[in-house]
Design a binder for this molecule. Structure first.
Ligand SMILES: *Cc1c(COP(=O)(O)O)cnc(C)c1O
Length: 438
């Protein structure tokens, strides 16, 4: 018998039993206060600093990644309406979805085609800046296009960067770090797709493959980096820098909502649904949005029925002291970006007062949604991304208690629902066909 940190309510015990049976569930967070956590190692100032740092690097980014020129070297995605997906959601929920339905297109982010282009690239840039400042190569007020020069690349070639990943983080870190001239090693879990490893090797990145899952790949990477003072390990489970890079998206989203004349306030609730793996990506976005919109934003994380690590960690209060295998699940899912069996404690703790809830989704739905999104909106997103689409369905089907508790019933017709698309653009055509023909 596992010893939980929190006593589960009757409702939560039912949820746990359903999780063991791999049924889809919706868990509502009883600890939500809508306040940002205090006395924590993280503060909103980090997010502001990250945005400024990304601004400093924008001249360099547009010089080395020409596709970022149209946004002046800022890596950002569109926010678009996807009304043609409403009938699919409503059919699955057996209820109408009131309000607006939008997609945040991080599957199209420049450079690496996933949400990891936020956190991953940011952490590499921050490390590069730190090295360059230490060596006296640059001041914050200089033109950062200098980072392109051979002298900088020479300098960075003495340093190493390492990361453990299920695929997309490795891709972002690998592409950015190799571009700057670092020696890069990516420790890939068994879930990582072959094309991601091939692409990295083409760019001169050292890829080490593991027969085990994500947690072990991270552990091995961390161990190897520990013994090397010239090696910076990007720690997906604990990194404040990754988290800050993800959180910047909230500042950008606020501007985009304003440009679309979409209000967020007491009368106009905002619902955001994010696919969750170890937690850093969705957690960073959630933190930023909560700082900006307080109780008017309602944030839900989606995880595969086989890998609900964040739900399990938060519901039991055990965070990284419990893994999905402890309740008999396999952590095997086609949603490779979400194949994580043990959540980040750093993120889980931060989410306690912020998150509205977590839900699970089965792989079959992900593929059905993948086809429908292609048919109706002409948009391709990888399977992990589609965990977001199940959010409003679960809320409509099982979230009545939430809607009533926060007195949202009469405001739903003025609500905005954002599905956070997290990856897709880098997926090769043959792999897309495989997904679409399943
Ligand atoms: C990594 C990833 C996520 C989840 O991010 P975490 O930081 O692991 O929680 C979601 N979708 C895709 C496509 C990803 O690659």
């Amino acid at each position: 018998m596992l010893n939980f940190q929190r006593k589960l309510s009757e409702m939560e015990q039912v949820i746990l039993e359903n999780m063991k049976k791999q049924n889809t569930v919706l868990w509502l967070n009883p600890n939500k206060t809508d306040e940002l956590p205090e006395n924590h190692s993280f503060s909103f100032q980090e997010v502001i600093n990250a945005e400024k740092r990304l601004q400093r690097f924008s001249r360099y980014i547009q010089a080395v990644f020409p596709e970022t020129k149209k946004l002046q070297g800022i890596i950002e995605s569109d926010l678009i309406e996807i009304p043609k997906m409403k009938p699919f959601i409503e059919k699955n929920a057996e209820k109408p979805l009131l309000g607006k339905l939008l997609l945040k297109c991080d599957h199209e982010l420049a450079v690496s085609g996933s949400i990891k282009a936020r956190g991953g690239i940011y952490e590499v840039l921050k490390f590069a800046e730190q090295c360059a400042i230490e060596k006296g190569f640059i001041k914050e007020t200089d033109d950062y296009e200098k980072f392109k020069s051979e002298a900088f690349r020479q300098c960075f070639s003495q340093y190493k960067i390492a990361v453990g990943s299920t695929g997309n983080l490795g891709l972002s870190i690998g592409i950015m770090a190799a571009k700057l001239g670092f020696q890069v090693t990516v420790h890939m879990s068994m879930d990582a797709k072959k094309w991601k490893k091939d692409l990295l090797r083409e760019k001169g990145v050292k890829v080490i493959e593991y027969e085990s899952d994500y947690s072990l790949a991270v552990e091995e990477g961390r161990k190897q980096a520990e013994h090397d003072p010239m090696c910076h390990f990007v720690d997906d489970e604990n990194s404040i820098d990754l988290f800050s890079g993800y959180a910047v998206s909230a500042l950008r989203l606020k501007n985009q909502l304003e440009e679309l004349n979409i209000q967020v306030d007491e009368e106009h609730p905002l619902f955001v649904y994010l696919p969750c793996g170890v937690g850093g990506g969705p957690g960073g976005v959630a933190y930023g949005l909560k700082a900006l919109y307080k109780e008017h934003v309602h944030i839900f994380f989606g995880e595969p029925t086989q890998s609900p690590c964040m739900l399990l960690g938060m519901m039991t209060g055990l965070h990284d002291k419990i893994a999905v295998k402890d309740i008999g699940l396999t952590n095997r899912t086609e949603a490779d970006g979400l194949a994580v069996g043990r959540a980040s404690k750093f993120v889980g703790k931060l989410m306690e007062p912020i998150l509205s809830g977590c839900y699970t989704v089965d792989d079959e739905f992900l593929f059905e949604s993948l086809k429908k999104m292609m048919q109706h909106e002409g948009i391709f997103m990888e399977p992990s991304s589609h965990a977001s689409v199940y959010g409003p369905i679960q809320l409509l089907k099982e979230g009545n208690a939430y809607i009533e508790k926060y007195e949202l019933t009469n405001r739903l017709h003025q609500a905005t629902h954002i599905l956070w698309a997290t990856g897709g653009n880098m997926v090769p055509q043959e792999q897309r066909e495989v997904y679409l023909n399943r």
